[in-house]
Design a protein around this ligand. Sequence first.
Ligand code: PSU
Ligand code: MN
Length: 303
Amino acid sequence: MKTFLKIGDQVAHALETGGAIVALESTVIAHGLPRPRNLETALAMEAAVREEGATPATIGIVSSHIVVGLSPAEIELLANSEKVAKVSRRDFAPVLASGGLGATTVAGTLAVAAEAGIRVMATGGIGGVHREAERTFDISADISELARSPVAVVCSGAKAILDLARTLELLETAGVPVVGYRTSEFPAFYSRASGLVLEHRVDDPGAAARIMKTQRDLGFQQAVVFANPPPDAVAVDERELRGLVDEALQSAAASGISGKALTPYLLDRMVRTSNGRTLDTNIALLVENARVAARIALALRAA
Ligand code: PSU
Ligand code: MN
């Protein structure tokens, strides 16, 4: 992969000098949030990382290069273009060969971060096991990539539309530690509660960094998921969330939506039915996760 990497100047400098770096995915920009707030959010996440004293590396595919540290103009391109591919591992070769634009998922971002030597990334929610996966086989490539990329992933759990219990089961099978960040419960993305208890918890960036260091000392290749609940002020109540998700799933089924189009459809549907509340929550947690990731990346330098 190295020959395809185009490392941005600031990221290259941080890599050379041992600076703290946070990788950021771009699927959430291109496919996960509506315009114009997608671009605002991408830039706000980068600003949060910088405020904490770390360097952001938003990752995406532009002109047959895997760019690690997209420029603001390139981020804008991904945010506003009509045709942007959603890139997990299976998509890299076709998209690079085509010369088109690509936005990396958590899976794609992990693969690149691991190759570039970046040890921390932030996102909203990881992908996982979809409801009724026994029928559809729809299980995110994020799980397989988490099993092979030694990177700390700061998120607010998995996407709320998933089967969260099965997602945790599969992460266990894949050998991926899931650690609550100031919580003992797996958050449900928009809501702080899911009823799913986590066995491991940390309460500060230093403790998170010690887990990352130990994972590396063990020689383990798996990522560590740090599950950070959405900020109290914007979190959606668990019961209300269940209603929104169920309605969106029914609507998708009625419209025959499936495969990689499903997630963007459900997210958009919930933004509408909640009068924009889930969007505010989504943006707030993305920025907060970027911030926490930066703190962990800084702590990792001392670990
Ligand atoms: N969570 C969100 N919005 C998103 C995603 C997650 O709130 O857009 C994206 C992430 O990039 C994640 C991807 O890696 O969805 C998973 O997609 P799939 O289930 O198709 O693998
Ligand atoms: Mn899928």
